[in-house]
Design a protein around this ligand. Structure first.
Ligand code: PSU
Ligand code: MN
Length: 304
């Protein structure tokens, strides 16, 4: 094991027993949702993963170490404390070296997962190519991480705070498979269908597991995105949510929000403007991803 990693007891025991381990990110807790719903979500998601035959490993940076699996007190701290750094690939070395508290993004959670030998990672939504990228060049580090780090990410697509057609193009350029689970189109986080067709889709987790194994056996490095739409009953009305997203994007522009602050700003604004409806949907879709992600990982290792 890499000297910077610290595994929780639960993760250590899970590895010894040969159980599938599922990575979870901490930026969604510290910067993606308000307290106390964020902590409740984190605990429930971990339990869903256990109930589906896998072991949860929420990842975060504490006192110069990358923790693989957090205690209940640590989950509470990452959900409630202010001033926790949002740590993407650029920031990782600095936050570890300066022994600060850091919440890991999709990119950094993938890096940590790969270091720990974890192959599956469940979250809500990916970072991607931002609207206005033509002038800002704002492309989430999640994109290039998917191109180079061999971890499968189960998510509900990406929010339309992003330029979704450009995000898909970018992933294609980088050779990242995006597989729709039970959908032929890219899901758009709060809604089931962005209208953008995917090249790959399957209704069978068995097949998806086999495809992932095949990719890595071929020596094709990099991640796979499994795009799992929000359940019908939890999805928001597309017209309603897209209007709110457009308003949030406009406010971000007016306030000159840039760089790593943009995504948390937009997420917060959307929760505010929907009176929490977006938060409810967000929690539901993450839980659904936890169930599917654990089941996929179980199938993957069953055939090894
Ligand atoms: N999208 C969401 N919720 C989130 C994020 C994205 O719907 O919490 C977080 C994830 O941690 C993701 C990060 O990796 O934001 C992307 O930020 P940036 O665009 O700055 O790379
Ligand atoms: Mn960015």
């Amino acid at each position: 094991m890499n000297e910077y990693l610290v595994l929780s007891q639960e993760v250590k025991q899970g590895m010894e027993k040969g159980l599938p381990i599922i990575a979870l990110e901490s930026t969604i807790i510290s910067h993606g949702m308000p307290y106390p719903q964020n902590v409740a979500m984190a605990r429930e998601v971990e339990q869903i993963i256990r109930d589906n035959g896998a072991v949860p490993a929420t990842i975060a940076i504490v006192e110069g170490k990358i923790k693989i699996g957090l205690s209940d007190e640590e989950l509470e701290m990452f959900g409630s404390s202010k001033g926790i750094a949002k740590v993407s690939r650029r920031d990782l070395a600095d936050i570890v070296a300066s022994k600060r508290l850091g919440a890991t993004t999709v990119a950094t959670t993938m890096i940590a997962a790969e270091l720990a030998g974890i192959k599956f990672f469940v979250t809500g939504g990916l970072g991607g190519v931002h609207r206005g990228w033509e002038s800002t060049l704002d492309i989430s580090a999640d994109m290039d991480e998917l191109a180079q780090t061999s971890v499968t990410v189960i998510c509900a697509g990406a929010k339309s705070i992003l330029d979704l057609p450009a995000t898909l193009e970018y992933l294609e350029t980088k050779g990242v498979p995006v597989v729709g689970y039970g959908t032929k189109n890219l899901p758009a986080f709060f809604t089931r269908d962005s209208g953008l067709p995917l090249a790959l889709s399957s209704d069978s987790l068995e097949h998806i597991a086999y495809m992932i194994d095949t990719k890595w056996n071929l020596g094709l490095k990099g991640g796979v995105v499994v795009a799992n739409p929000i359940p019908h009953e939890d999805a928001l009305d597309p017209e309603y949510i897209n209007e709110i997203i457009a308003l949030a994007v406009q406010e971000a522009e007016e306030n000159g929000i840039v760089g790593k602050d943009i995504t948390p700003f937009l997420l917060g604004k959307i929760v505010e403007k929907t009176d929490g409806k977006s938060l409810e949907a967000n929690i539901k879709l993450v839980k659904n991803n936890a169930k599917v992600g654990a089941q996929l990982a179980v199938k993957f290792f069953a055939n090894k």
